[in-house]
Design a protein around this ligand. Structure first.
Ligand code: PMP
Length: 361
């Protein structure tokens, strides 16, 4: 079977055992004579899958009972609007930490809803090469919440410290590094993540939200946009993306079987360290534009001496079964997304290719 080395930024590769399980269960789910897609979202068969997916998230991330685990739709992009609609009342202002294109989009949506201010930005000439230091965060102590983006998919930066925002509620977009390792959920009032990078297919957003935060949210907005609606209905207010949630179940059951998030962190650090050291060893040819302390273990961004060489690199890699290496359309360059499901062998293969390409160039 010809599976490629998949470095896509999202949707991205999924663990083969999770896909094979879906293949086995596709036509006849657990002897019910139909696939899980064909089941009612209010029936027993789907209900068990839904509950298992939630409990795997709770167990693997250590989500306490004082938090809701929700499955929503509309992508992380809808969260950009839904967060301020729920938590930014008139007369209040929300703080945004800008570290890349996605956090800028979140900030812009908040400005459509109410008043938002920039608590820190590391933008220089439209590029974001690092995460701000704690002493650069100018948090408004009266803010409705602070919004951050834990990993910047486009620029390849990632937070490696927990920001101190005092007693202001902290909201994080973790779309591109959710569950790459364990994290302390209780440091956040709300976390959201599109599933399509680390834990499943597109079409599902996972939200972890402190119950008291959700309970204090605005109620004067459309029913479907209220987190409270989905919390009260266990994410079954309307028809959820059942097949996507089923696949999340498969991915996370596999994550659990293979050692949970501690093993996942080791696996991810080993891959990232190998790739960054290959870049640094050849620093007169490959160049990482991100400051060392802010480097992402999920999206490894690097440049070659010219754009022509970058194009040649990406197409030669594709011929050798390594796909998805083009940088985001807004940034260019090369980007290897090495999410949870990317194997160490795929990264080794890429590093070998980089060395050979450099020799030939
Ligand atoms: N936030 C981040 C950090 C992302 O990487 C992305 C997608 N790449 C989004 C938000 C937007 O997600 P979606 O396309 O699911 O709306």
């Amino acid at each position: 079977m010809a599976r490629v080395h998949n470095f896509n930024a999202g949707p991205a590769g999924l663990p083969l055992p999770a896909l094979e399980r879906a293949q086995r269960e596709m036509i006849d789910f657990e002897g019910t004579g139909m696939s899980i897609m064909e089941h009612s979202h209010r029936g027993k068969a789907y209900d068990a899958v839904h509950a298992e997916a939630i409990s795997l998230i709770r167990e693997l991330c250590g989500v306490p009972e004082s938090y809701y685990v929700l499955f929503l739709q509309g992508g992380a992009s809808l969260q950009f609007a839904q967060v301020p609609m729920n938590f930014l009342p008139q007369g209040k202002s929300a703080d945004y930490i800008l570290t890349g294109g996605w956090s800028e989009k979140a900030y812009q949506e908040a400005q459509r809803v109410g008043t938002a201010r920039i608590a820190a930005t590391t933008e220089v000439d439209k590029r974001f090469a690092r995460i701000p230091r704690q002493d650069e965060l100018k948090i408004d102590a009266g803010a409705a919440y602070v919004h951050m983006t834990s990993n910047n998919t486009l620029f390849g930066t990632q937070w490696h410290y927990q920001p101190d925002v005092g007693s202001v509620p902290l909201v994080a977009d973790m779309s591109s590094d959710f569950m790459w390792k364990k994290f302390d959920v209780t440091k956040f009032d709300l976390v959201y993540a599109g599933a399509q990078k680390n834990i499943g297919p597109s079409g599902v957003v996972v939200v972890l939200a402190k119950k008291s935060f959700v309970d204090g949210a605005r109620k004067d907005i459309p029913t479907i946009l209220r987190y409270g609606t989905h919390a009260t209905n266990n994410s079954l207010y309307n028809t959820p993306p059942t097949f996507g949630i089923y696949l999340i179940r498969n991915v996370l059951a596999h994550t659990k079987e293979t050692g949970g998030l501690d093993a996942m962190e080791k696996h991810n650090r080993k891959k990232g360290d190998l790739l960054y050291s290959a870049i640094d060893e050849d620093a007169d040819f490959y160049r990482a534009p991100v400051e060392k302390g802010s480097r992402s273990y999920m999206n490894v961004v690097f440049r070659l001496p010219t754009e022509e060489l970058e194009k040649a690199f990406i197409s030669a890699a594709a011929k050798e079964n390594m796909v998805g290496l083009a940088g985001h359309r807004s940034t260019g360059g090369v980007r290897a997304s090495i999410y949870n499901a990317v194997s160490f062998a795929s990264v080794e293969r890429l590093v070998d290719f980089m060395k050979a390409f450099r020799k030939k160039a």
